[in-house]
Design a protein around this ligand. Structure first.
Ligand SMILES: Nc1nc2c(c(=O)[nH]1)N[C@H]1C(S)=C(S)[C@@H](COP(=O)(O)OP(=O)(O)OC[C@H]3O[C@@H](n4cnc5c(N)ncnc54)[C@H](O)[C@@H]3O)O[C@H]1N2
Ligand code: MOO
Length: 410
């Protein structure tokens, strides 16, 4: 379709306007979901000390080198080492220490014999032990620093502090991390037809589903929601709520609705012609009409087309990458996989299709989530979607068995 801007071109313009927001130093326990702006370095080794991988006995491997099922070797148990113990008992020839998983191994020991490799097992483990199997030197000893050394990078700048990263940071003795501030976002639904969720419906009026959709998407992008609002199709209200959002410290304002070609387009009325926010048409379906720009000292303004599926797609394609780029995230795109179409469907001519989709990652198949096709008003079908099938503009129809590029979002 002529005169349409490519998705890539629009995204480049969006990202060019992103200025990384400031950072702060926070205790690890208060930084979940934040993005590191400086690498987090190990404050100590992991493991912290040589320790046992098994419940059993710390031994000198040479003492029991001759042990076998028919000829046990007896050792004197001279110490008991439960988890948390700090002692380092000396072991002379013929001596062993009972030891539990995670306890520091005695300096004199060079192997662990699990209870299962002894005649008496746990029941008969203090006094003497009869070893039935010769351990190889080093067996079941987890060496200090085998995972990470003091000063090693545990988490790179640009990485999100998720549960795995929090665990690794704590294990490496990291108390504080330097992270990006959470971007502050205002979500504003425009439309005189909009009702608060749950308000009684009547002809002409519909629930504002875009507001709750965006509110959750924003939070899931690790940003902070500072304002949600619903305004009528009146440009003056849009101007007022923009001022409110800026007063609330918004780094990003996301409008839905009011950006296309109708007589009552409040986002257009408020911003078009002022030079700060550009109104354009992008070669995608849904999501063709798009507004983007900045106000004030770099506050990003998105005007997403009002149709619910258009909002969901536009958020993934333009807003989420911007929110992650603001945080300095190294990967700002959702994961993509190639799956096999399990159903056929038609695609819009001349625009890249982003179709809400149901995926089966075991069978590696994809199918439309919306029964009625790719209409941008089919808000109900979104409930089944956990992905968008992305079909190039030049493809007119997807047939069963075709390879399809799929963006995973759920
Ligand atoms: N003459 C033209 N008309 C339209 C064009 C065009 O190029 N020329 N583009 C169409 C496309 S594509 C889209 S997408 C829409 C976008 O329109 P707007 O951004 O101006 O959005 P609205 O007209 O305000 O609303 C569109 C649709 O979505 C419903 N809506 C709006 N807000 C919400 C909300 N918060 N929650 C749920 N649903 C919402 C609204 O009731 C409309 O049905 O323009 C086409 N028209
Ligand atoms: O581009 Mo509109 O977003 O198709 O429905």
């Amino acid at each position: 379709m002529s005169g349409l801007r490519s998705v890539e071109d629009q995204l480049v313009r969006v990202l060019a306007a992103v200025r990384p927001i400031g950072g702060e130093t926070l205790p690890v326990g208060h930084a979940a979901g934040r993005t590191l702006t400086a690498p987090a370095l190990a404050a100590h080794d992991i493991p912290l000390f040589d320790n046992s991988a098994m419940d059993g006995f710390a031994v000198r491997a040479a003492d029991v080198a001759a042990a076998g099922p028919g000829h046990p070797v007896s050792l004197r148990v001279v110490a008991d080492l439960p988890a948390g113990v700090a002692t380092d008992p000396p072991l002379a020839a013929g001596e062993a220490a009972r030891i539990m998983t995670g306890s520091p191994t005695p300096t004199d020991a060079d192997a662990i014999v699990p209870f299962e490799s002894t005649a008496g097992g746990l029941a008969d483990s203090l006094g003497t032990v009869e070893v039935l199997e010769a351990p190889t030197p080093g067996a079941f000893i987890r060496r200090r620093g085998a995972d990470l050394r003091t000063g090693d990078v545990v988490i790179d700048a640009g990485e999100r502090l998720g549960p795995f990263q929090v665990a690794a940071a704590v294990a490496a003795g990291i108390d504080v991390v330097t992270v990006a501030r959470a971007p502050r976002v205002a979500v504003i639904s425009t439309g005189s037809e909009l009702l608060a969720p749950g308000e009684p419906v009547r002809r002409g009026l519909i629930p504002d589903s875009n507001g709750p959709l965006l509110a959750q998407l924003v939070v899931e992008a690790d940003a902070e929601l500072v304002l949600t609002s619903r305004v009528s199709d009146d440009g003056a209200e849009v101007a007022q709520v923009t001022a409110d959002a800026r007063a609330a410290g918004a780094d990003v304002i996301v409008f839905t609705g009011g950006v296309s070609a109708g007589a009552y387009e409040p986002v257009r009325a408020a911003f078009d012609g002022h030079g700060e926010v550009e109104f354009t048409r992008v070669s995608m379906q849904p999501g063709k009409p798009q507004a983007f720009g900045t106000v004030g000292d770099g506050c990003l303004v998105f005007g997403l087309p009002g149709n619910p599926v258009s909002v969901a797609v536009s958020f993934e394609v333009f807003v989420r990458p911007a929110l992650l780029a603001l945080q300095g995230r190294s990967v700002i795109q959702r994961p993509r996989v190639t799956l096999t179409a399990a159903e056929s469907w038609t695609t819009p001519p001349g625009r890249r299709q982003y179709l809400p989709a149901v995926v089966d990652l075991v069978a590696r198949t994809v199918r439309p989530a919306t029964a009625g096709g790719s209409g941008s008003h089919l808000a109900g079908g979104l409930a089944r979607a956990s992905a968008f099938a992305i079909v190039p503009a030049e493809v007119a129809r997807v047939a069963v068995g075709d390879d399809v590029d799929v963006m995973l979002v759920g």
